[in-house]
Design a protein around this ligand. Structure first.
Ligand code: NAD
Length: 542
């Protein structure tokens, strides 16, 4: 084809409201019922083939843990070898394929997610990860579709960047995929991230081994099926669920490892980086390491703030999806002269929050993901109950008899370096420190230095000078900084997402900055009129 094609700038996928009376609400509920009535068997997908190992684990509803949605086969050493081989085989054609053809496959996948698979992927996320209809819609439908469509646009933009060529020379660059395979390791909390981690490197021409989180294999399997149905060739993305270290370590040691695309906890990312470091002499090429990890995100309230706005930001930011967002509000700084009013407003609102099964659309909060999360979050709550530097002012109860339910909990601390102000909890727990109203500047500095993370943060103020001061003092404390808005809910192509410090490599998921990590540029210089004499003019005597 004689054409220089570009992928046009897409629009963000519009949200369905699922309000009563809408056909989308009925059809989503139907799909949920259908999934609840069946138990599926999930194989591995290696080289396009379904592989069953017989080593099975359960997919259960976190809000009703006796309910089995399906069982999945776990990868072992043999399947890892098979997947590495399949990725290597597929690389030969995929890495050479015209990018337009690769793009078309992913455009189709986005269309399928937007239409015929929308209910499936949302229902699977609601049931398997315990999300409300709204939380599933903004994640598994809209954000995943946006990731795919915008990444394709960024890809064509990157490819169109070419160097200058003086007369007589023609320079250009070839944006090669990496030489080897990419290991994509995804977390449980966002279906969109699960889809993005393997697809972003794949669209750039790489082949991938994808290990989804054990507690989110159910929705991940449907994404793998969408990619296949959209025409992704066998072996380009190999789906290898299994337990972390058992699957991870042998893959990380392979000489063909060309990159890691990870989202999850800081400790796992650091251990993977260490394994790569220990094996650094064995690799064919230096592996690219991209990881988005934990957070301890703050909302900072200035005395001039509108408190109704803060209450809304805090309830949505701290408790939507049970606080299991890397960006969730986890610490709040309130000035002493506004504390009593704020406290009353917060308590009045928070008592209206309903918790329960996602099938009941009136619930705002559902269950936390699994027993491990339930135990670790409730340990923080118990610590707060026992500490003489903290007081629980709302919630604090929990019950895992049917599902892993933890009440939205508000803790007030007197020590700004309290454990609950410093460590990531990853659950529905908000910790508040009330600062002396005349110590705005000092408390900004405290906020900046309190935790090792640097993911998201927000300032609430109507005084513009205070906003500017906070923006400056907190510049390195957050990769996503919000002014009079909650620090969750980043949208692709609007707020590129990621943070530094212990929060990750800040390669900004869903932006061109992430995609450039999956290419290795070759510069090509063609001399149109090569010299035939080695001597330069300065060498002449006269
Ligand atoms: P996790 O670290 O427990 O697991 C993430 C993935 O790593 C899973 O697939 C897991 O099986 C795998 N894994 C575990 N040990 C491994 C090993 N040794 N080798 C290879 N893989 C291994 O995280 P999670 O509980 O799924 O997700 C929650 C965490 O993710 C939180 O810390 C949260 O802040 C973070 N997160 C960050 C972002 C971001 O963009 N910064 C987004 C979402 C989640």
């Amino acid at each position: 084809m004689n054409s220089i094609v570009k992928v046009p700038l897409p629009k963000n996928e519009p949200l369905n409201s699922y309000a009563p009376g809408t056909p989308q609400r009925e059809s989503l509920k139907e799909k949920m019922k259908e999934m609840l009535d069946q138990e599926i068997e999930i194989p591995l997908l290696i080289g396009g083939k379904e592989v069953k190992t017989g080593d099975l684990a359960d997919c259960r509803c976190p809000h009703d843990h006796k309910h089995l949605l399906g069982k999945y086969h776990k990868a072992g050493p043999k399947e890892i070898e098979m997947a590495v081989k399949a990725a290597k085989e597929a690389w030969k054609e995929w890495s050479e394929m015209d990018w337009l053809d690769r793009a078309s496959i992913f455009q189709r996948a986005a269309e399928f997610l937007s239409k015929r698979y929308r209910d499936t992927i949302n229902a699977a996320t609601m049931l398997g990860q315990s999300k409300t209809a709204h939380q599933a819609e903004i994640d598994s439908a809209c954000e995943l579709i946006d990731f795919v469509r915008f990444n394709l646009h960024y890809m064509s933009h990157i490819f169109s960047q070419q160097p200058s060529s003086p007369t007589g020379i023609w320079n250009y660059v070839d944006y090669r995929p990496l030489e080897g395979f990419i290991f994509a390791v995804s977390p449980f909390n966002f279906t969109s991230i699960a889809g993005n981690l393997p697809s972003a490197p794949a669209m750039m021409g790489n082949t991938v081994l994808w290990k989804p989180a054990s507690s989110a294999v159910f929705s991940a399997y449907y994404i793998a099926q969408v990619f296949k149905e959209a025409g992704l060739p066998d072996g380009v993305i190999n789906f290898v669920p299994g337990s972390g270290r058992y699957v991870g370590d042998p893959i990380l040691e392979k000489p063909d490892l060309a990159g890691v695309h990870f989202t999850g906890s800081t400790s796992v990312f650091q251990s993977m980086w260490k394994t790569i470091g220990d094996n650094i002499k064995n690799y064919w090429t230096y592996p690219r390491i991209v990881g988005e990890t934990g957070g301890k995100n703050y909302v900072f309230v200035h005395p001039s703030a509108d408190l109704d706005e803060v209450v809304t930001a805090v309830i949505r930011g701290a408790y939507e999806y049970q606080g299991q967002k890397c960006s969730a509000v986890s610490r709040l700084y309130v000035p002493s002269n506004r504390w009593e009013t704020f406290k009353q407003k917060l308590l009045d609102e928070i008592k209206t929050v309903k918790m329960g099964d996602p099938m009941d659309f009136t619930n705002f909060v559902n269950a936390v993901i699994d027993k491990g999360a339930f135990d670790s979050i409730t340990e923080f709550i118990d610590y707060a109950k026992e500490s003489n530097e903290s007081e629980i002012i709302h919630g604090g109860n929990y019950d895992d008899s049917k599902g892993y339910f933890i009440e939205p909990t508000v803790v007030k601390v007197t020590n700004p370096r309290h454990k609950l102000m410093e460590e990531e909890i990853f659950g529905p727990v908000l910790t508040i420190y009330v600062y002396p109203e005349d110590e705005f500047k000092e408390t900004l500095e405290l906020c900046n230095k309190t935790s090792p993370y640097g993911l998201t943060g927000a300032i609430y103020a109507t005084d513009r000078k205070a906003i500017a001061e906070a923006g400056k003092a907190l510049r390195h404390s957050a990769g996503n900084f919000y002014i009079n808005d909650k620090p969750t809910g980043a949208v692709v192509n609007q707020q590129p997402f990621g943070g530094a410090r212990a929060s990750g490599t800040n390669d900004k998921a869903g932006s061109f900055l992430n995609l450039v990590r999956w290419i290795s540029t070759r510069a090509i210089k063609e001399n149109l009129n090569p010299p035939k004499n080695y001597r330069y003019p300065f060498m002449e005597e006269k």
